[in-house]
Design a protein around this ligand. Structure first.
Ligand SMILES: *Cc1c(COP(=O)(O)O)cnc(C)c1O
Length: 365
C-alpha cells in the first residue's frame, strides 16, 4: 500500500542529530524543520509536534474550543479529526462530503451552523484540498474559525495558494505512510502569532515563559524529538522529488481508469492541485456491493488495498453528536477503495495493481 522513501539524506541528518547528543526535543533540526514548514505552507508560524492527532488537539485547545462549543467536521475522514473534537469536550457536528472531491460540503456546513458553532475542520481527503473559498465565505461572517486537517495534503494548493495558508490554522501529519514522514510526527501552521504562542506553550506542559517548573495552564507533552525532526528536515528538502514521483503514479492510474464508467476516481476541483497521497476510486453499479470481495481477491494476488474511511458517526463510542444526512460519505465508505500509491512505485507495479483490480471486478481492459 505504501513504502516511505528514505534516502541517504535522511540517514545523514538523523546520524548527525544522534551524534550531536541532542536526541530529545531541543535541537537545531526542530528549528530547521519549522522554518522549512513555514516556507512550504506560506505562513509565518509553524510548530512541530508528536503526531497529526496531537496537532489537531493542540489547534482546538489553542483556539479555546471546549464544552458547549460545536465543531463541524466531515463524515468521511480518518478518526483523528473526530477524536480531537472529543478530547476538548466539544460537540461534533457531522456533515456530508461533496460527491466529486469527497471533501466537506460547504452547503452542508452552511446548513449546520448554529450560534454555538465555533469551528469547522475541513479535511483534505486523500490529498485533495477542500473548497476553502466557499468555506471562508460561510465561516468569516459567522465568526467561525476555519481549521484545515491537512494531514494528507502537504504540497497541494488551491488557486495557487499552498496548503497551510488556506485556513486560519492548518495541521499536518508525518506518519509513515503520509507524503512526508518523520516516523511519527505532526505540525500546526498559522499566520496567527497568538495561536502559535499558545501551541508552543501547550505542547510543552504549559510551562510559563519565564519561570521554570511553573505551569500556569494545563499543558501536554506533545513535543517532537530532534531525531524525528532530522528525518523530517530531509523529507521536506526532498518534497518536490517526493511529490513528482507520486504524481507520476497518479497520472498513470488516471490514464488506466480513463472512460471506465464503473471505476470512478475521486474527482478534482478546478484550480485545485491535490497532493498525490492515496489514489482512491469508487466502485459503481453492481461492483459497489462487491467491494470487500474485490479487495480480498486482490489481496490473494499480493495486491494490498484499503477501504475508504468509515463514516465517523459509525464509531461505536461516539455517544453525543449531531449530524445531517450523509449519503455520499455512506456510499464511499461501502464502495470506495484506495490503491497503493508511493514514491518509487514502478510503472509495472501500477500496471499490476490495475490488472488485478480489473480481474477481480470481472472487467477486461
Ligand atoms: C493521518 C491523519 C491524521 C492523524 O495523524 P497521526 O499522525 O497518525 O496522528 C489526522 N487526520 C487525517 C485526515 C489523517 O489522514
Amino acid at each position: 500500500m505504501s513504502r516511505p522513501s528514505i534516502s541517504e539524506l535522511e540517514r545523514k541528518y538523523l546520524l548527525d542529530a544522534f551524534d550531536s547528543g541532542w536526541i530529545s526535543s531541543l535541537g537545531d533540526y526542530v528549528v530547521r524543520a519549522e522554518d522549512k514548514l513555514k516556507t512550504i505552507g506560506g505562513v509565518t508560524h509553524a510548530a512541530v509536534v508528536s503526531n497529526g492527532t496531537t496537532a489537531l488537539h493542540l489547534a482546538l485547545l489553542a483556539l479555546d474550543i471546549g464544552p458547549g462549543d460545536e465543531v463541524i467536521i466531515p463524515s468521511s475522514t480518518y478518526v483523528a479529526t473526530l477524536n480531537a473534537v472529543l478530547y476538548v469536550g466539544a460537540l461534533p457536528v457531522i456533515v456530508d462530503v461533496d460527491p466529486v472531491t469527497w471533501c466537506i460540503s460547504p452547503d452542508a456546513v452552511h446548513e449546520a451552523l448554529t450560534t454555538k458553532t465555533r469551528a469547522v475542520i475541513a479535511v483534505d481527503l486523500y490529498g485533495h484540498p477542500a473548497d476553502y473559498g466557499s468555506l471562508r465565505e460561510i465561516c468569516g461572517p459567522a465568526g467561525v474559525v476555519l481549521v484545515a486537517d491537512a494531514a494528507e495534503s502537504i504540497g497541494g494548493s488551491l488557486q495557487g495558494v499552498p496548503v497551510g495558508a488556506l485556513a486560519d490554522v492548518s495541521t499536518f501529519s508525518f506518519f509513515g505512510n503520509k507524503v512526508v514522514t518523520s516516523g511519527e510526527g505532526g505540525a500546526v501552521v498559522t499566520q496567527d502569532a497568538e495561536v502559535d504562542r499558545r501551541i508552543r506553550k501547550l505542547r510543552n506542559q504549559g510551562n510559563h515563559e519565564d519561570r521554570r517548573y511553573f505551569h500556569d495552564i494545563l499543558g501536554y507533552n506533545y513535543r517532537m524529538t530532534n531525531l524525528a525532526a532530522a528525518i523530517l528536515c530531509a523529507q521536506l528538502e526532498r518534497l518536490p522529488e517526493l511529490l513528482s514521483s507520486r504524481q507520476g503514479v497518479v497520472e498513470q492510474y488516471d490514464r488506466l481508469f480513463e472512460l471506465n464508467p464503473t471505476l470512478v476516481p475521486q474527482g478534482r476541483a478546478s484550480g485545485a492541485a491535490a497532493s498525490p497521497w492515496m489514489y482512491s476510486l469508487e466502485l459503481k453499479g453492481e461492483l459497489a456491493g462487491r467491494r470487500d470481495d474485490i479487495m480480498s481477491q486482490m489481496r490473494a494476488e499480493g495486491v494490498e488495498t484499503r477501504p475508504v474511511f468509515n463514516t465517523v458517526e459509525s464509531m461505536p463510542y461516539l455517544k453525543s453528536f449531531r449530524s445531517s444526512p450523509t449519503p455520499v460519505a455512506g456510499t464511499l465508505a461501502k464502495s470506495g477503495v484506495s490503491l497503493p500509491t508511493f514514491p518509487g512505485m514502478t510503472p509495472s507495479e501500477v500496471e499490476h495493481v490495475v490488472t488485478s483490480l480489473f480481474r477481480a471486478c470481472g472487467l477486461t481492459k
